[in-house]
Design a protein around this ligand. Structure first.
Ligand code: ADP
Length: 465
């Protein structure tokens, strides 16, 4: 299948995938942000609580033991492996510190020394020292209304941060996986939903005047919009088929109604010309022109009638095995051309094909007539018969002026004539080749043309054997 970025399927899929990326991605980012915020806030609250209760705890202990001892006791009671506490007097002397500060993990790389350098004041923040994340809470320590100095509470949250990063990573990988999976599901779903539209497109592309009346779109399980569209499309096809039928009947009726009186007129003109000896030369000439125009119009009406009948499916074909050589020779003999104008080249004598004898004769007469009409009188028109696989092939070849390439695809259209023939001198109606095509296809055959301007044309009729 061709990739088309402007098709509905691609747009819907891309839109839904984008929406799921924004949805899942946004949710992951938001929960990361919230978790990080809650983690830091929880540790800050913990540090603040230690700082707030520290003064009360020391005041309580002060009653039973000397001050320094009370401070050390409370410090060791409040500090943990990840939380260190120390107190510095207003003149900068270290009054007391938690034992954990002496532990290896805090001593490593001079972290404890670096921390003890922290300047006093009021501070609550998260800082990054070396590769550790620390919550720092520094506040004045007040015991029974006396300012003892500054209390430093440091909480190491590096481990928690690492666990949090692992959760974030898992969440991100999970989101990517879910997004990929949903993209796949969405693509399949959209493809399934769009299928009836593609089917409809296919059917619409194959509608021709012949199958117009029989084409009907049926989508029982399609989405409502597609079913409505199919219904509207069916109604349109119905109207189109009605209009087509009406036009065909009109052409057929008019041709029929005009042909009868015109045949009478033509008959009268002919008999007047034959019997009346008193006509002056100008009168005779006028009547001859009228008779020839009437004849041309009768032929045109007959062609129109044939086409209308064929289009309406009212043309009957009596398909039987016909001897092609005999038919070709009969047509050449029957035609009034001079003996060296049309020649037969038959490679397969006794060869038969499945066709309607009379319609085939009509086809050959039309094609040979054209070949003679559109080539010089001193050139030969050859009718060739040969076999190609399952097909009997009849070729009518002339050495005439040929057909321009731009006209080749259109010459089988009704009333189409190559520019230089659009005058009436050659006497054609422009319907001959469309009748030929209709007849050949009615006999389940094929017709094609090859032509080179200035060199001649070859019309090839293939009939099933
Ligand atoms: P017409 O009645 O004008 O001959 P046709 O349908 O038979 O109508 O042919 C359509 C047009 O195709 C002709 O007007 C002519 O221009 C062209 N044509 C048909 N056969 C030949 C041919 N053998 N050589 C050159 N042009 C041809």
């Amino acid at each position: 299948m061709k990739f088309d970025p402007s098709c509905i399927q691609f747009r819907l899929t891309a839109g839904m995938v984008l929406a799921s990326i924004l949805g899942f991605g946004g949710m992951t980012a938001w929960s990361n942000f919230r978790m990080q915020h809650i983690l830091i806030k929880g540790h800050k609250d913990n540090a603040v609580e230690i700082a707030e209760r520290f003064g009360q705890d020391v005041a309580w202990m002060d009653k039973t033991m000397p001050s320094t001892k009370a401070l050390e006791k409370v410090i060791n009671y409040r500090s943990t492996a990840d939380t260190v506490i120390w107190i510095r007097s207003p003149d900068g002397t270290l009054i007391a510190q938690s034992d954990t500060l002496e532990m290896g993990s805090w001593k490593q790389d001079g972290l404890a020394e670096e921390l003890l350098e922290l300047s006093p004041g009021h501070k609550l923040e998260s800082i990054q020292i070396q590769d550790r994340t620390l919550i720092v809470c520094i506040s004045p320590l007040d015991v029974n209304g006396n300012l003892l100095g500054d209390l430093f509470v440091i909480d190491d949250i590096t481990q928690n941060q690492a666990s949090f990063a692992a959760v974030t990573r898992d969440l991100t990988i999970g989101s990517i996986f879910v997004i990929g999976l949903s993209a796949l599901v969405i693509a399949i779903y959209v493809r399934q939903s769009i299928k009836p539209v593609c089917k409809m497109n296919e059917l619409a592309a194959n509608v021709t005047p012949e199958n117009l009346a029989d084409t009907h779109l049926e989508f029982d399980r399609a989405p409502t919009e597609v079913r409505d569209l199919a219904k509207a499309f069916n109604m349109m096809l119905g109207r189109l088929s009605g209009a087509w039928e009406q036009q065909r009947r009109f052409v057929s009726d008019v041709s029929h109604e005009l042909r009868t009186p015109l045949t009478l007129v033509h008959g009268y003109l002919q008999s007047t010309l034959r019997r009346c000896n008193t006509l002056t030369e100008p009168q005779r000439e006028g009547l001859e022109i009228a008779a020839s125009e009437a004849d041309r119009t009768i032929r045109l009406l007959q062609d129109l009638l044939d086409l209308a009948r064929a289009d309406g499916g009212h043309m009957r074909f009596h398909i039987e095995r016909v001897p092609l050589k005999e038919i070709i020779l009969e047509i050449i003999e029957m035609s009034s051309y001079s003996s060296d104008r049309v020649k037969a080249d038959i490679q397969m004598p006794g060869f038969e094909a499945r066709a309607d004898c009379n319609r085939l004769k009509q086809v050959l007469i039309n094609l040979i007539d054209n070949a003679v009409k559109y080539s010089d009188a001193d050139t030969v028109v050859t009718v060739r018969l040969k076999q190609e696989g399952e097909w009997a092939v009849i070729q009518i070849c002339d050495r005439g002026r040929g057909i321009p390439t731009t006209d080749l695809t259109q010459i089988f259209e009704p009333f189409y004539r190559v520019d230089e023939d659009r005058c009436r001198t050659t006497g054609g109606t422009g319907l001959g080749l469309s009748i030929v095509k209709t007849l050949v296809e009615g006999m389940r055959g094929k017709i094609k043309v090859q032509s080179k301007p200035g060199e001649g044309s070859i019309f090839t009729v293939s009939l099933p054997t």
